[in-house]
Design a binder for this molecule. Structure first.
Ligand SMILES: C[S@@+](CC[C@H](N)C(=O)[O-])C[C@H]1O[C@@H](n2cnc3c(N)ncnc32)[C@H](O)[C@@H]1O
Length: 249
């Protein structure tokens, strides 16, 4: 599958809605985002790497939002979002590289990042963390939904590939267990994530120590984290899907 096809909004949606691990993470992400919005007033928020807008679906209607902007680099996703959210007057979308866009943004009350951090290549993840912190008001929060793979030393090494492959094996098994007749096309989309990670394209997975260190180095404090998948069992290296809430110091 070429990257152009893989990134097609319809394919992305087809894969996401078929993955119990991602659905578990969205539930957690939307719940924590809503809970954080409950204690804000006239909040100015941004959803970074908004994709097709799934991350915004569960929070865009919150009454405490004054404005929400979704940012993504893929034109097809921004067109999809503009159509999906056309009746939401407080929600707008920007087609931009999030790293360039963030460089001139500041004073946000809340930044949300669902499956966003691991779409920036490893060498630029610390810079991304710095920009996230720089765009927030002091004391404001950033909420992340992240696929966390088992700890690895260095990206794109055999240890990294092992962590990524083990994570997606568990993702694939969960999808097939919940839907034994799941179409091959969806199974292929799930497996494509590993191929892309191996090629060092699109997917740049993170482990907990690296991710938390990036955010702490940037000047953010981890307030809490919530494991969203898998429930009732532990994957090797405590891999899984998590929501993290950080506060700007
Ligand atoms: C896995 S999707 C997540 C979408 C959405 N937040 C969600 O949870 O469904 C990652 C998104 O990051 C976007 N992306 C990757 N690199 C980017 C960049 N440098 N600037 C902005 N968006 C980027 C991709 O286009 C893609 O839509």
């Amino acid at each position: 599958m070429d990257v152009f096809t893989y990134l097609e909004p319809d394919n992305y949606e087809m894969e996401e809605w078929s993955r119990p691990d991602e659905m578990g993470m969205f539930q957690g992400f939307w719940m924590h985002a809503q809970a954080e919005l409950d204690s804000l007033r006239k909040a100015r928020i941004a959803d970074l790497c908004c994709g097709t807008g799934m991350s915004l679906l569960g929070m865009a209607s919150h009454p405490n939002i004054a404005s929400a902007v979704g940012v993504d680099i893929e034109e097809r996703n921004i067109a999809f979002c503009r159509s999906r959210f056309q009746t939401y007057s407080k929600v707008s979308f920007v087609l931009a590289d999030v790293l360039k866009w963030l460089a001139t943004e500041k004073d946000y009350d809340l930044l949300t990042l669902s499956s966003a951090f691991h779409h920036i290549d490893h060498p630029r993840q610390q810079h991304f963390a710095d920009l996230i912190c720089g765009a927030l008001k002091p004391g404001a929060k950033a909420i992340f939904a992240e696929n966390i793979v088992a700890p690895f030393e260095k990206a794109l090494t055999p240890g990294y590939m092992k962590s990524v492959t083990a994570f997606y094996d568990a993702v694939h098994d969960a999808a097939v267990q919940s839907r034994p007749n799941i179409p091959n096309r969806i199974k292929k989309l799930i497996k494509e994530n590993v191929t892309l990670a191996e090629r060092g394209e699109v997917e740049f997975k993170v482990c907990r120590p690296h991710f938390v260190k990036n955010m702490e180095n940037a000047g953010m404090k981890l307030l809490y984290e919530d494991k969203c998948w898998p429930m009732g069992r532990t994957l090797p290296g405590n891999a899984g899907n998590f929501v993290f809430v950080f506060e700007k110091l």
